[in-house]
Design a protein around this ligand. Sequence first.
Ligand code: UDP
Length: 234
Amino acid sequence: MKQLEKIYEGKAKILYATDSPDLLIQYFKDEATAFDGKKKGIIQEKGILNNKISSRLFQYLEDKGIPTHFVERPSDREMVIKKLEIIPIEVVVRNIVAGSLARRMGVEEGMSLKKTILEFYYKSDPLGDPMINDYHIEAFGLAMKFEVDILKEMAIEINGYLSNFFDERGITLVDFKLEFGRHKGQILLGDEITPDGCRLWDKQTKEKMDKDRFRRGLGKIEEAYQEVCRKVLG
Ligand code: UDP
C-alpha cells in the first residue's frame, strides 16, 4: 500500500490517498483541541495510542457483526480504511449525564439515565456542530430516512457491545460520538473510537480517563490515555 497525496487534514488526523481507489490512510496526530478549537495542545504519543485503541475496538465490533471502515494498522500512526462518503452527522450516545447534557438540562454530571439517549449534531466547524433531529436530517437532505434508521440501530448496538467491553475492563462508558459513511451501498462506522471522543470513567474511583482531562486541565492526560490503551488491548 503506497501513501499518496494528502486529501484532508483535520484536528487530530490526516487522510491520505493510496494506490488503491477504495482505500485511504488515516494518520493519527498528537494534536488535541477543545472548545471548537479555542484550546490547543499536544498529548504526547496520543496518535499512537488512539490508533491502537481504535483499531482494537473496530476489530472487536467487526467480530460482533458491525461493519466498519477499518482494514488494518500497518504502522504506529497509520490505519488503512475503506474510503467513505461521510454522512455529515455526529451521533452522540449517552448512558450517563455529562458535558453539554448536564449543562443543557441543569443537572449534575454522573446522574444515571432511565434510558440511553441518542443525539444528532450537524458536522460543521463554522457553525460549531449544532444539534439537529431526524426532521432536520431529512429536510436538509443530510441522509435518507432509511439511513437514519440504520444509524440509530447501529449506534444502539455499538453502545451495547462497547459498554460491555469497557465494563469488563473496569471502565464505565459514559458517552461517545460516532460518525458513519457510505461505501459501496452500505453504511459503515467510520472515524475513530478513542478517549478523544468518548467519556470513560474508572468504574471504582470515577476518575476521568478521557479528553475531559485535557479540556478541564486535570493533568495526567498521557497517563490516562496509556491506561485506557493498556486495558483495551489487555
Ligand atoms: N464529542 C466529540 N466531538 C464533538 C463533540 C462531542 O467527540 O465535536 C464527544 C465527547 O467527547 C463526549 C460526547 O461526544 O464523549 C458528548 O459530548 P458533549 O455533547 O457532552 O460535548 P462537550 O461538553 O464535551 O463539548
